[in-house]
Write a protein that binds this ligand. Structure first.
Ligand code: FEO
Ligand code: CA
Ligand code: CA
Ligand code: CA
Length: 607
């Protein structure tokens, strides 16, 4: 393995001030470069990008749109080559197609381009001259490079709901093979070297929910699919290119999305899989840790206002080592296990008034327990079969009294401590009429800026049924009394709003990226210690261009490179190809892209 390069772990870089610059900003002493942007060649015979000649066939070989999750898997022991794996969550047609007016006016070929711009990319990258910079390998066979798309990649369905009647369609009468993946948001890297990817807002691709049977309508509505309008507002009209997106004709097709996907980037011929044992919701992502007894635990968020936090515990145990047999075994770990949803108790319930004022005991904190929903083929939810719990997990969780959270985005355990960190991004409807009021874990009504939750499993055992939780950071402008930064001196921390993705560096610091900064400045990337006297000393490391959110992030194991995905630069109302709101990254039309940043002197990231 590459030499560890963690340094002291102290975050001594000089914070970036909030700004509205149409550029990517890194601290003094750092540099950055664009590794890949929308349209760059991925597979070796990919054509160069041409905005005016784009076709689905070309896009299927090029880097997709709106990069979100970023993972880097080493290809050698020297740390010189690696596989970059990236999610392409969604498309901005108005920023992709010259002359775009409406979804209805798009050509069918343009719809197919959009489908091909969704999915994932696997791309071989190499380190530049021993520095922290990385670039795409452009020569040679590049056998791992591949594109996964919404319209031409087959997925095997695994787990107890595979083959269930709810997954069967005219094209797949066994209910075991799905074409495509949709709205892949965040993800995670498994200890066995695969990538997990969350299918999030899949609802927006379907029409015709008004025409399904009445008893099916609540099962669609709970996932945000309109059951009253044939064409809900904002419909992407994909059914014009592929009728399976019309639920009037294929009512089960929507049930085939909303899963955690696993892809093995080291086996380019392998079919990615959708794991039903991890439940179906608007999956932000999934992150795995090996528990003390060897079982693996995946933590997951359902990104919707008032939705839930979940975990999956495998039946089987992780096998160490690089042998083929061990890897084959580990590839099956997410196919069977137990799915839980979180209920959070509170220590200071009476004091919570929705203002975000810290309780007298000095902490937003409490205990919690994991409520069992399903284990293997056994359901713990009255009136629902195991397959129904897995396909309609939101409805199952509703019935057991799980805690309604402020949009759980990325959920990631620290592999160093086993503690779990949750980005709760915001919740404009908290405390609104008819909506749940603030509670200690979601302590502000009309929550614009979000919070970070830390979860410590009892006995430091990630398979535990019970845990303690607290809020180390309540986001916003530190001058705002409703914010909290671990008790750290608030005059010394950076303002932060709308945490979305979390990651850890090799020293165990928590890195947080944001989406939708409600303080009015550009989104960015932040870092803080979570242990010791520097806990809560949050500093801004990077900002992204106008209209973009910051995704990824990923810090390499040698602590010398930080990757971020710049998603939807220039995504502002009224922007277009002809009238871009951002010119990042090339001074031309805006393009989403993946960036790497590094210290010029080769020192550890964050120092
Ligand atoms: Fe795609 Fe929840 O962010
Ligand atoms: Ca308390
Ligand atoms: Ca996200
Ligand atoms: Ca986001």
């Amino acid at each position: 393995a590459p030499a560890r390069n963690t340094g002291s772990g102290a975050l001594t870089f000089k914070s970036i001030p909030p700004n509205r610059l149409d550029t990517l900003v890194v601290p003094n002493g750092y540099d950055h470069s664009v590794v890949l942007r929308w349209g760059d060649p991925v597979v070796p015979d990919a054509p160069a990008f041409d905005l005016h000649r784009q076709t689905a066939a070309r896009q299927s070989k090029q880097f997709g749109y709106n990069n979100d999750y970023v993972g880097v898997l080493p290809l050698d022991r020297q740390g010189r080559r690696a596989l970059l794996v990236v999610n392409h969550e969604y498309t901005n047609e108005d920023l992709m197609f010259p002359g775009f007016t409406t979804f209805d006016a798009m050509t069918v070929e343009q719809v197919r381009v959009a489908m091909a711009a969704h999915g994932m990319s696997v791309v071989e990258i190499e380190r530049v001259d021993g520095t922290g910079e990385w670039q795409v390998v452009t020569k040679g066979r590049r056998p791992y490079n591949r594109r996964v798309t919404a319209h031409n990649t087959r997925f095997d369905v695994t787990g107890p709901a595979a083959g269930s009647p709810w997954l069967k369609t005219a094209a797949d009468q066994r209910g075991k093979v799905v074409i495509g993946t949709l709205n892949n948001c965040a993800g995670g890297m498994t200890p066995w070297g695969t990538i997990l990817s969350g299918e999030e807002n899949f609802n927006q691709y379907f029409v015709g929910g008004d025409a399904v049977a009445d008893d099916v309508k609540p099962k669609l509505a709970r996932y945000g699919i309109s059951t009253t309008a044939r064409y809900p507002s904002g419909s992407r009209k994909w059914e014009r290119a592929d009728e399976r997106f019309d639920l009037a004709k294929h009512p089960n097709e929507a049930n085939r999305f909303g899963w955690i996907v696993e892809i093995d980037p080291f086996d380019p011929e392998s079919r990615p899989r959708k794991h039903t044992a991890l439940g179906r919701f608007k999956h932000e992502g999934a992150n795995v840790i090996v528990a003390g007894d060897g079982r693996v635990v995946a933590y997951m968020g359902d990104d919707e206002r008032f939705d839930y936090l979940y975990k999956f515990v495998s039946d089987k145990k992780y096998r160490r080592g690089d042998s083929w047999a061990a890897r084959q075994h580990n590839l099956s770990l997410l196919e069977s296990g137990t799915l839980y949803v979180a209920k959070l108790e509170q220590t200071s319930a009476a004091e919570i008034d929705g203002s975000g004022r810290l309780p007298a005991d000095g902490a937003f904190d409490g205990r919690g327990r994991w409520i069992k929903l399903v284990s293997g083929t056994r359901s713990f939810v009255p009136g629902m079969t195991a397959a129904e719990v897995l396909v309609f997990t939101r409805l199952a969780a509703d019935t057991v009294g799980a805690t309604k959270m402020d949009r759980p985005e990325d959920v990631e355990p620290s592999l160093r401590t086993g503690k779990v960190y949750v980005a709760l991004t915001n919740n404009s409807e908290r405390g609104a009429a008819g909506r749940p009021p603030a509670d200690e874990a979601n302590p502000r009504n009309s929550n614009r800026h979000g919070q970070i939750l830390e979860l410590v499993e009892d006995g430091n055992d990630n398979t535990s049924d019970t845990f303690a939780w607290s809020l180390p950071i309540v986001c916003g402008d530190p001058a705002d009394p409703s914010t909290y930064f671990g008790g750290y001196d608030k005059t010394k921390v950076s303002p932060i709003s709308c945490p979305d993705n979390v990651a850890f560096d090799a020293a165990g610091n928590l890195w947080i990226s944001t989406d939708g900064n409600a303080l009015g400045s550009n989104d960015g990337l932040f870092a803080t210690a979570v242990e010791g006297p520097e806990r809560g000393h949050l500093k801004q490391f990077l900002t992204v261009p106008i209209g973009a959110e910051t995704c990824g992030p990923f810090i390499t194991g040698d602590n010398r490179s930080v990757f971020v995905a710049v998603q939807h630069p220039g995504e502002l109302t009224g922007a277009s190809v002809e009238n871009p709101a951002s010119n990042w990254p090339d001074g031309d039309i805006a393009k989403p892209g993946v960036v790497v940043a590094w210290r010029l002197d080769g020192g550890p990231i964050g120092s």
